[in-house]
Design a protein around this ligand. Structure first.
Ligand code: SF4
Length: 449
């Protein structure tokens, strides 16, 4: 290390209670937020990322520690923070949990970055250098137009995928989702040229676009996605990628073609439920507008471009019963969805759903922050409206056993290959199904009293 440089240690803690996503290398995602914070940090700092996705925490010296955390990993973040604070090393917490629960977080760290770091990180570093670190730093939503590319060179080399962000924000308002609260309702779009440069700079052949919806819901977002895809095609980058999108993809066939040509292998589509009543429960407007009857057509359109469909479903909407959940599982198995993400409804702090359950006294967990470790989309942490928590946990376990069985995964592989006529997309779907199998079968869902 250059003796004149201060050391900034950035830490990505892992949920130590449930490690499903860490069991396979293919399902690990680089801590992009830390890479962006590193990119914002002036060169007089020496930076390291300590990443529990690959190696359990071991103490390293630093002058300043920055930890990121989602709700499920925040306990671990607080444990690590205590080790540094005991030695008098200041700890800053950033990320979505600290932004939603700053009053809780400040009891465990020295400073909390609320919201996006772009508008406050350099102010925080200046204050730290001047010995006047504040308890909280808040800034508005950043202007993504000039967002710097993340410092991919600092991530662990074991990541299969490079994580890339092209936009932030979502104009929708699904009750369970924390994106609008954290990133706002307005789409903010990065310069497409800078995105393509970043893609060209990473050594990975496989990319994951972390955007909540790569194609967006308006013309500007659609043009932006097209500019990124065209840039990738023009520069012949030959990357393969996966991203999240919405059902409105069926209204943009030309964009779908460009996505394919730029290397798209799989799209995650938020299906949530196969019946309108459940969609109404969660205010999933885009699916309601397009209609559950159009799901089949949507999957067919995506398949026609050689792209696999990763369908995201939720178990535990207010209208769900044990019978309707059996039907959801049957639907998943018989539909042409290639990969299934089946999540237990989870009221993340900062969402309208969390506030609703709190008001209705339906949360089963009360020992916070310890109980946040159960907010990982597999345990039942609330009282469902039309069944018991135990019934919801059992329905979900039953679904996992069927959806994640090796017989189902083998059958889906063949079907994906048949529907997409793409061996690569079928292999992507196969690997993703094995990832979800690790998550779902590692530990059965529990319910908390
Ligand atoms: S679930 Fe998707 S569409 Fe709904 S608010 Fe979140 S990001 Fe937007």
């Amino acid at each position: 290390m250059n003796p004149g440089r201060k050391r900034l240690l950035l830490i990505n803690p892992a949920n130590t209670y449930r490690k499903g996503y860490l069991l396979r290398r293919e399902s690990k995602q680089a801590p992009l937020g830390l890479g962006i914070v590193a990119a914002l940090t002036p060169p007089e700092w020496s930076i390291k990322i300590l990443d529990e996705n690959f190696r359990e925490f071991r103490f390293r010296e630093a002058e300043l520690v920055g930890i990121t955390a989602v709700t499920a990993s925040v306990n671990r973040a607080y444990e690590i923070a205590a080790i540094y604070r005991e030695k008098g090393i200041p700890v800053v917490l950033g990320g979505i949990h600290g932004s939603s629960m700053p009053d809780e977080a400040i009891r465990f760290v020295d400073s909390v970055v609320i919201g996006e770091a772009e508008g406050s990180w350099n102010r925080l570093l200046d204050d730290f250098q001047a010995g006047r670190l504040q308890k909280t730093y808040t800034s508005g939503l950043s202007d993504m137009k000039s967002a710097p590319p993340a410092r991919h060179d600092l991530f662990h080399p074991g990541y299969f995928f490079a994580s890339i962000q092209t936009s932030r924000g979502c104009p929708m308002d699904c009750e369970f989702c924390s994106v609008p609260a954290f990133n706002g309702h307005q789409y903010r779009l990065r310069d497409p040229q800078s995105v393509v440069d970043e893609i060209a700079s990473v050594p990975h052949q496989l990319l994951y676009f972390v955007d909540d919806n790569i194609i967006g819901y308006n013309k500007a977002a659609e043009d932006h996605a097209a500019a990124v895809f065209e840039g990738m095609i023009r520069r012949n980058l030959k990357k393969e990628w996966f991203a999240q999108a919405s059902l409105n993809i069926i209204e943009k066939p030309e964009l779908l073609k460009l996505a394919k040509r730029s290397g798209c292998r799989m799209l995650l589509i938020g299906i949530e439920a196969e019946n309108a009543e459940a969609l109404k429960d969660s205010n999933k407007k885009v699916n309601l507008r397009l209609g559950v009857d159009n799901y089949k057509k949507a999957f067919r359109m995506v398949h026609r471009e050689g792209i696999a469909v990763l369908g995201a479903f939720i178990y535990g909407m207010d209208s769900d019963t044990t019978t309707s959940l059996k039907n959801r599982t049957k639907y998943i198995l018989s539909s042409s969805v290639d990969v299934t993400q089946a999540s237990v409804m989870t009221p993340l702090p900062g969402t309208r759903l969390f506030e609703k359950f709190k008001k209705e006294d339906r949360l089963l967990c009360h020992d916070f922050p310890k109980d946040w470790q159960h907010f990982h989309f597999s345990d039942v942490v609330f009282n469902p409206a039309r069944m018991t928590p135990k019934e919801l946990a059992e329905s979900t376990n039953h679904a996992y056993r069927q959806i994640c069985s090796m017989n189902t995964i083998r059958m889906k592989f063949l079907r994906t290959f048949w529907n997409t006529r793409s061996l690569r997309s079928a292999v992507w779907a196969w690997n993703s199904n094995l990832n979800y199998r690790s998550v779902g079968m590692e530990r059965p869902s529990e319910y908390r009293y």
